[in-house]
Design a protein around this ligand. Structure first.
Ligand code: AMP
Ligand code: MG
Length: 423
């Protein structure tokens, strides 16, 4: 994987080696610095969900492979359909799905046909059985309302042989797996998943199962990050907790960057007395230390650490999740596929007024729901402190308040980023 240098546009708030960036500038700088993973592997089709196609997929066959009936009914020669009144026909054969017949139709003859069965020779039209009057003795009657060619699926009408069905770089979804199965692919060539190593930093962090001393907290970031990475579909290397100790941190950074495409840490990138991270990192890679004009989650370190890309996320549990959603997740998807994902943004009516000063982009944890009038409404999910993870847990969206926003009145239309397609 080759990585280009990170260059960013410093802004007026630039101080020393920190750069102050807007959310959009940070996204652009990250995207510019990323390359794609090109290693590839074969996987059985059942394991391909969520994987990224390595090559354009060209169809080896027509789908459907034969012209067939879209209905249970009777196959006719179009030129032999009644143009007025009703007409009687003899049923000369039956063809079921999975069968075929050599029998054709002479004038005043038709063939009983089931959905999916190949059209008999010379026939081009199907009349559904509900529109046929059965006379017994192998005879039926139809009226003049039918159109030549109706209820027939043409060979190749879904996918023509030789057509490009999916372009390389596509994240495979359930319907894609069905399409690929309909083309007969048992295995697929996909890109290797990004390998992501991560650890938490902080002397106050205790692992689950250990007793909590005075001033200690359980290391929750590692678990939320593990879950976020799982949702993103990457290979995960959990390197545990690293203490606020120069040598331990330097070793951990080196080890992580030697085994992964991306290294993520949480904590230790602010200006606290024990935040050595910055100093150590400076010696190990080519990195930018950003202050992003956003709330929560301002400090973010990004760049190259050995052969890996590095994201140094803030320590606060909410800021970790927010910066992951806004920067790391799209970056991982870009690394994996070459496509930067577009996030879904919807509009909703504010249930309450919201205070805000212009300057920073605020991501308010919100609850999006349908009002009595059937339209979307949104309001905060609780206290918005950057350590208050329960309001993130209750939230199903971010309310997006851009830099210029100077507060929101009740009833105003807001832009909202839902966490998923169900609320
Ligand atoms: P830091 O960025 O290291 O100064 O941490 C900011 C805040 O986040 C502090 O209150 C830390 O205790 C807390 N914090 C840092 N890392 C974690 C973690 N892995 N799990 C839970 N809280 C954390
Ligand atoms: Mg810390």
């Amino acid at each position: 994987m080759s990585i280009v240098e990170v260059s960013t546009q410093p802004s007026c708030a630039d101080a020393g080696d920190s750069q102050s960036l807007s959310v959009e500038q940070a996204r652009r700088a990250i995207r510019k610095a990323l390359d794609q993973i090109t290693d590839r592997q074969m996987v059985p089709i059942r394991d391909a969900l969520g994987r990224v196609l390595a090559d354009d997929c060209i169809s080896p066959i027509d789908v459907p492979s034969h012209t067939n009936s879209a209905m249970d009914g009777y196959a006719f020669v179009g030129a032999d359909l009644p143009t007025e009144g009703v007409r009687e026909y003899a049923v000369v054969a039956t063809v079921l799905a999975g069968q075929s017949t050599d029998v054709g139709c002479k004038p005043n003859e038709c063939i009983r046909i089931m959905t999916g069965a190949p059209m008999p020779p010379g026939t081009d039209t199907v009349v559904m059985q509900e529109q046929v009057e059965s006379l017994g003795n192998g005879r039926i009657r139809i009226d003049a309302r039918h159109r030549v060619g109706q209820n027939v699926r043409q060979a190749g009408e879904d996918i023509a042989q030789g057509a490009c069905v999916f372009q390389q770089g596509r994240y495979l979804r359930a319907a894609d797996i069905g399409v690929l199965a309909s083309l007969g692919f048992a295995e697929l060539k996909v890109r290797r998943r990004p390998r992501v190593a991560f650890f938490s930093t902080g002397d106050e962090l205790r692992s689950i199962g250990d007793p909590l001393g005075k001033g200690d907290v359980y290391d929750s970031n590692r678990y939320s990050l593990f879950s976020l990475l799982t949702e993103t579909g990457v290979e995960i290397i959990d390197l545990g907790v690293v203490r606020d100790d120069r040598q331990a941190l330097a070793d951990a950074f080196k080890r992580a960057s030697s085994m992964a495409d991306v290294v993520i840490t949480s904590g230790g990138v602010s200006v606290g007395a024990a935040d050595y991270t910055k100093d150590i990192l400076k010696g190990l890679g080519s990195l930018s230390f950003w202050t992003i004009a956003m709330k929560p989650g301002r400090p973010l370190t990004f760049g190259r650490l050995g052969d890996a890309m590095f994201f140094g996320l803030p320590g606060n549990p909410v800021a970790v999740m927010l910066t992951f959603h806004q920067f790391v997740q799209p970056a991982l998807r870009y690394l994996a596929s070459g496509n930067w994902p577009q996030t879904l943004v919807v509009e909703a009516r504010a249930r309450t007024a919201l205070k805000k000063k212009p300057g920073r982009f605020e991501f308010v944890r919100g609850i999006l729901e349908y009002g009595e009038d059937g339209r979307l409404t949104v309001g905060p999910s609780g206290k918005q402190g950057s350590g208050i993870l329960t309001s993130m847990s209750r939230a199903n969206c971010y309310i997006l308040l851009d830099e210029a926003c100077a507060g929101v009145a009740e009833g105003e239309t807001l832009r909202v980023q839902p966490f998923s397609t169900t609320i």
